[in-house]
Design a binder for this molecule. Sequence first.
Ligand code: PEP
Ligand code: MN
Length: 337
Amino acid sequence: MIIQLENTTSEAQIASIEAEIKALSYSPNLVTTQAGNYLVCIGKSELDPRKIGSIDGVKDIHRVSDDYKLVSAKWKVGHSTIDLGDDVKIGSGNFQIMAGPCSIENEEQIECTVQHLVDNNIKIMRGGVFKPRSSPYSFQGLGIDGLKIFYKHCRAAGIKIVTEVMEVDQIAKMHDYVDIYQVGARNSQNFNLLNELGKVDKTVMLKRGISGTLDELLHSAEYIFSSGNERIMLCERGIRSYEKAYRNTMDINAIAMLKERTHMPVVADPSHGIGIRKFVAPVALACIMAGADAVIMEVHETPQKAFSDGQQTLSHRQAQKTYQNIRSTREHFMGLT
Ligand code: PEP
Ligand code: MN
């Protein structure tokens, strides 16, 4: 059960609501976010919501049968919108493409990518400066100095940044230079990291674990929300299956199902989802048809020279065609722009 409190509810009122809840054999957990105050109440007994609904300081009360609560679609009317400012919005009918290299490599590459994004009216650039690599000998990223250069060029062009955070102590260092913190598949259940991201005032894009279930993904999102941050997007990036013909199995089903289970925007990452350049575009279109609120894609001026994930990266020319196809698919098949 979720009890939404009035913003004006005093501490004394909260304490008395909590006492009522406990008397009904429920345990209340107070959650305070940028947008509101909630009491997430866990318990099994039957109770009459009208009893609590009439207490002073209570705005609304919702029964949520799912194990995860605040991220569930069951208590919110409609879907949430992520507002990054400057009219860049995701969710609830607002769609964005995010594109850029797997890794930020140097200033020239950043400038070239920014120009490509501006030319194609794309408002969000991706690019890792902290890279989770399977081998310790592979390129590990340019770190915070690289992020500052990334930021300088994106800000000048009015482009937002999504980039991966791998450790708790990177959160504060990155804060002024990011718009969206990306939590990578390998950190999808790093609960320390998720709790700390609950304390920031920026959007978090949480990727599904390599072998994570949707329930696990939603529980991870619940960690962020219950720690105080409602600005969450979920990202389907393919899961490990028995099939070896491609890097991952893009779970298109997950996109449709997440849109039903949660109010948060759902992002599709077809680049990691299939891991093979020539199939990224068709898989991206399938994700659109399944209802994705955004697509994130790896693009590079010369993919064969990319420091990481070149095999799944589109050239700027290929990417341009794909953006057009994504936009026209939304328009023609779904009546959306
Ligand atoms: C990436 O976005 O480059 C990345 C490492 O993604 P994932 O965590 O999904 O593997
Ligand atoms: Mn990558």
